[in-house]
Design a protein around this ligand. Structure first.
Ligand SMILES: *Cc1c(COP(=O)(O)O)cnc(C)c1O
Length: 377
């Protein structure tokens, strides 16, 4: 069986280091925030080429806190995409603001920068691009539009640890960048975790208070806050894993290059890294109009796959309140119908990549002309 992700292989490769880190927190009893979290905040912010890192309990909280720190709330609109994990849109609603969606660019799966301006109203306060699958959104035009309209840019970098836009790490390009350390992410905790990265000292100060009950110091509450603290054990484990992240990212990129090589000429639409991007392949998604059949046949051949995501946010029953119907975002809807995520994790071997590609090539002739067109669309 070739698994879709293999967290056990990763743990096996760093078991001694991770166990020692956890042991250290057990001995220190700094179970929430504490010195390991502070050190991780500094190390991860530096890794992102940013000045401040504020550890929180989840990526969702990072997005939520970033919006609140920017003063965004009821009556305000935030522009983002429907082709993302629901947390992006949920965080905007948690802040009390209104999500306004725009379609994606089908080549990069990130926000269509040409569609942003038409969505701006007098109530728009922020743009929240999502670096989906580990590919950065096209940040320069986004920043330019934001500057012209006086908007804040909050990067949803939850899938893009270490990704680069024109040589710059994501997360420190906009006003704030939000990361998730959910176990399956490129940098994953042994539980939940998240972080906001920013170069703005005032945002950093506000988020530090918001995550810990709005307290300036213990029991002095200057604003209404939350319990969104990052745990000490997660900080310690994440520090260990951060030291391996570059090697893991290069291994993901090697696996992606291997897929690309072995699928060349098959007619299968493989993901395209933008010229500006260092893509970190959190997800490696091909496109097929026969997704269900392919998924079943790959599974029968011992290959696990995933779908990220089968329904765009605007068509999820829970988000009917956004007020968009079928046809509102054709590229997002088509992507949701066609994407198929192949196994992708740093320990994936060349032989495993070849096995996956051989199985795919056996399926591909079914609809290769249409797929070649989908890739070119
Ligand atoms: C994982 C993810 C989130 C949420 O992160 P959690 O840590 O699970 O709360 C938000 N946005 C995107 C794009 C994600 O992939």
């Amino acid at each position: 069986m070739i698994p879709f992700v293999d967290l056990k292989a990763q743990y096996a490769s760093i078991k001694t280091e991770v166990n020692a880190a956890i042991q250290g927190v057990l001995e220190s009893c700094q179970f929430t925030l504490g010195s390991e979290v502070v050190a991780f905040e500094q190390e991860f912010a530096a890794y992102c080429q940013g000045q401040h890192g504020i550890g929180v309990n989840t990526g969702t909280s990072a997005l939520h806190m970033a919006l609140l720190a920017a003063g965004i709330g009821p009556g305000d609109e935030v522009i983002t995409v429907p082709f993302t994990f629901v947390a992006t849109v949920a965080a905007i609603q948690y802040a009390g603001a209104t999500p306004v969606l725009v379609d994606i660019d089908p080549k990069t799966f990130t926000i269509d920068v040409g569609a942003i301006e038409a969505a701006i109203t007098p109530r728009t306060k922020a743009i929240m691009p999502v670096h989906l699958y580990g590919q950065p959104a096209d940040m320069d035009p986004i920043l330019e539009i934001a500057r012209r309209h006086g908007l804040i840019v909050i990067e949803d970098a939850c899938q893009a640890h270490g990704a680069e836009y024109k040589g710059r790490r994501v997360g420190s390009i906009g006003d704030m960048g939000c990361f998730s350390f959910y176990p399956g992410k490129n940098l994953g905790a042994c539980g939940e975790g998240g972080m906001v990265v920013t170069n703005n000292a005032e945002y950093a100060r506000t988020i530090r208070m918001l995550r810990d009950w709005g307290a300036e110091k213990k029991y002095h509450h200057v604003m209404k806050g939350y319990n969104f603290r990052l745990e000490g054990i997660q900080g310690a484990v994440l520090r260990v894993k951060l030291r391996h992240l570059e090697a893991w990212t290069e291994a993901r990129r090697r696996a992606a290059a291997s897929y690309e090589r072995h699928l060349a000429g098959s007619g299968i639409a493989t993901p395209q890294a933008a010229a500006y991007a260092r893509h970190v392949y959190h997800v490696y998604a091909i496109r097929t109009q026969h997704r269900q059949a392919w998924q079943e046949q790959l599974l029968a051949a011992g290959i696990q796959t995933g779908v990220h995501y089968p329904i765009p946010v605007h068509l999820q029953p829970a988000y009917a309140d956004l007020g968009y119907g079928v046809g509102a975002f054709p590229h997002a809807e088509r992507a949701s119908a066609e994407v198929l995520s192949l196994p992708m994790f740093p320990e994936l071997s060349e032989a495993q990549c070849e096995t996956v590609c051989a199985a795919l090539r056996a399926l591909a002739p079914v609809d290769s002309p249409a797929l070649a067109m989908a890739g070119a669309a």
